[in-house]
Design a binder for this molecule. Structure first.
Ligand code: PLP
Length: 400
């Protein structure tokens, strides 16, 4: 009998990524031979440092080709735990058993949402946020609650904002500093106040720190530096962004022991573990830390130079609302004044920018803030400067 696909209730609310339409159109235009400046990517444009590639290849040749423990190879978890312990008093008891290595930090975020939240639970998501948080919470059958950050605070939220959005059903909050898509960084005090608020209310905190080392006033504050306890805290990190290792798919969670056990059990039935040789690459990145730090410094210096060059162009349009990024590699700006009464101004603007000016950016609807667009500066400086110049030019033209 022919069978028809009817999506299961598990994915009833699942949405395709809102970025797909623009990136597919960008690809189609490229295929037609048009020169497109791509400021859409959320991925470093640098290669993984050579010593990491060499160490991973050597490990592979030495036999790192077999299954590993679900939670990851012990030396990798040991170095992650050791580095975490240095953060502060709340972290002194972090052991390798509290660490679960996964397929990118994305899987750690998913694992955490899945084991912590379920039907009837509400999870606070400072908005704008990375598109997958909302979907992950929904896939766990919990309800994402958008908490808008105010413009005066670069779209960051405060403890008061969280408390206003909370209900008796609130079970957790997702934090992300530096933030994708805004590049905003929470100060020590701001982060401390959010963590205190969550602790007071008995909420879980999932702190996504994947961009922590890409910041322009020193590394952004880690939640373990300012937390008074880690009983309700799941820290998620990985090598993808700072070490330019996106394709290796190595991330991890540091969680209270019972939670890390549950995440390991869940992962054992889902993906098992991430590739053995990739784990050895991450081990090299974390253990050869002097070399890694030099590489990170070099890359961050380039991101900063691109940011500063593009900020000069934004400065010529002081009326264009923009979050001044202090971390990550994104500009987030509000184009609603240019896109008239369009129901989704960011998408209308991104479409015209692509069609008329050959520049790809991501509409803010992907981050639940349709008035805005995100332009990545993980791209050559000449592209960043020219892409932003054209974006500002279009913004002016659309207002005329
Ligand atoms: N968290 C945020 C905020 C991201 O922007 C991304 C990737 O774009 C991820 C997590 C996932 O990173 P990974 O490659 O480690 O899965």
């Amino acid at each position: 009998m022919p069978i028809r696909f009817t999506p299961s209730s598990n994915i009833a609310l699942l949405r395709e990524s809102a970025t797909i339409a623009v990136s597919q159109r960008a690809k189609a235009l490229k295929a037609e031979g048009r020169q497109i400046i791509d400021l859409g990517a959320g991925e470093p444009d640098f290669d993984t440092p050579k010593f990491i590639r060499d160490d991973a290849a050597a490990a592979m040749h030495a036999g790192a080709t077999r299954y590993t423990a679900t939670e990851g190879i012990l030396p990798l978890r040991q170095v992650i735990a050791k580095r975490a312990r240095a953060y502060g008093p709340a972290a002194v008891d972090v052991e390798p058993q509290d660490v679960v290595v996964s397929n990118g930090s994305k899987q750690s975020l998913f694992n955490a949402c899945f084991v912590l939240f379920g039907p009837g639970d509400e999870v606070l998501i400072p908005t704008p946020s990375w598109t997958s948080y909302y979907e992950m919470v929904q896939l766990a059958r919990a309800a994402p609650v958008e908490v808008r950050g105010s413009r005066e605070r670069d779209l960051k939220v405060t403890a008061d904002d969280l408390e206003r959005a909370a209900t008796p059903l609130t079970r957790g909050v997702m934090l992300n500093s530096p933030c994708n898509p805004t590049g905003a960084v929470y100060s020590r005090d701001e982060l401390r106040s959010l963590l205190e608020c969550a602790e007071r209310h008995g909420w879980w905190v999932i702190s996504d720190e994947i961009y922590r080392r890409i910041a322009y006033n020193g590394d952004a504050t880690a939640s373990l530096e300012v937390a008074t306890s880690r009983d309700n805290l799941i820290v998620v990190d990985g090598v993808a962004k700072a070490y330019a290792m996106t394709g290796w798919r190595v991330g991890w969670a540091i969680a209270p022991r019972e939670v890390s056990r549950a995440m390991t059990a869940f992962q054992s039935h889902a993906t098992f573990h991430t590739a053995a040789m990739a784990q050895h690459g991450a081990l090299s990145a974390l253990t050869r830390s002097d070399e890694s730090d030099r590489e990170i410094e070099r890359m961050v210096a380039q991101y900063r130079a691109r940011r500063d060059a593009a900020l000069e162009i934004f400065a010529t349009a002081p009326d264009l609302p923009l979050v001044r990024p202090e971390g990550a590699f994104y500009f987030y700006f509000d184009v609603s004044a240019a896109a008239g009464n369009a129901p989704d101004p960011g998408t209308a603007f991104a479409r015209r920018l692509l069609e008329d000016k050959g520049v790809a950016v991501v509409p803010g609807v992907a981050f639940r803030t349709p008035e805005w667009v995100r332009a990545s500066y993980a791209a050559p400086q000449s592209d960043v400067v020219e892409g932003i110049r054209r974006a500002v030019e279009l913004w002016r033209e659309m207002q005329d």
